[in-house]
Design a protein around this ligand. Sequence first.
Ligand code: ZN
Length: 329
Amino acid sequence: MADPTPTPGIHHVTCIAGDPQQNMDFWVETLGLRLVKRSINQDDPGTYHFFFADAEGTPGTSMTFFPWEDLSQGKVGSGQVSRTAFRVPEGSLDYWEQRFDEYGVDYDDRVERFGETVLPFRDPDGLPVELVEVEIPEDDPTVPWTEFVPEEYAIRGFHSVTLWLADPEPTKDLLETMGFEEVGTEQAQGDTPGDERTRFAAAGPVGAYVDVLPTIEGGRQGHGTVHHVAFQTPTDEDQAAMRQAVQSEGLRPTQQINRHWFRSVYFREHGGVLFELATSEPGYTSDEPLEDLGGRLVLPGKFENRRDEIEAGLTDVTVPRAEQAEADD
Ligand code: ZN
């Protein structure tokens, strides 16, 4: 069987939050991402699904959340994505530290990792996030959203995810099957367990890295943890081939599921992390024009018939707007 087309990298990361308004305020106003889709969890329509991304919802930029208010606080541990890192332009971390001071964000000292500078912090639910300074090329596919954060500092999609695994070896093989290449190992530092961080790189340029760290520390899903990470399989053919390759490794991928803005296949990898494969098409502009993204609650397919009932079951949220922030001063 021919090898599948290597994945270019991460497509999106989906996490669990608590209060939806707090989640919205932090990711839109404090971090400056664009709300590109306001929808519901298609398996649990009483819960929102928020998608925060760059200006155009480019694959490799969307951080999405299920605000499950009834769930309790989670704990990051083995079998999870332990850290989600975003790219920011070189020289922008001073700006971010100042902004974090202003907004009362809980952040740590910068660390150097594989020659890059990393600023670790936590969102209001305790989710561990990192900003990594990188040189943004002229022809970068991401489009900065500048409502709250100026272009020269704006987040430019994913840099990496870090996986915490009890036994990283089978997962390393899987990553290679998916088209990642091992590019280096270094001593882990900062707040991470284990002693060795191994980096895998895809072609990128966005969300190109997966880091793997061994740990036996137990985790629990809840507020402040990652639910799953999705990797790009741009076309249905790419996805079918990748699905087959994953199945040949003894994993049990689902059939393709239509997620309305992309088509998806899910599987739990060897270490217990939920992986998804997501197509590039049709994208977030398939049901709302670019200028209106995130403007209304979008109910895909059959859920539109139940709009009144669904809206009544959701907590009201207000999307922060820059002009409102000024008016409040
Ligand atoms: Zn997903």
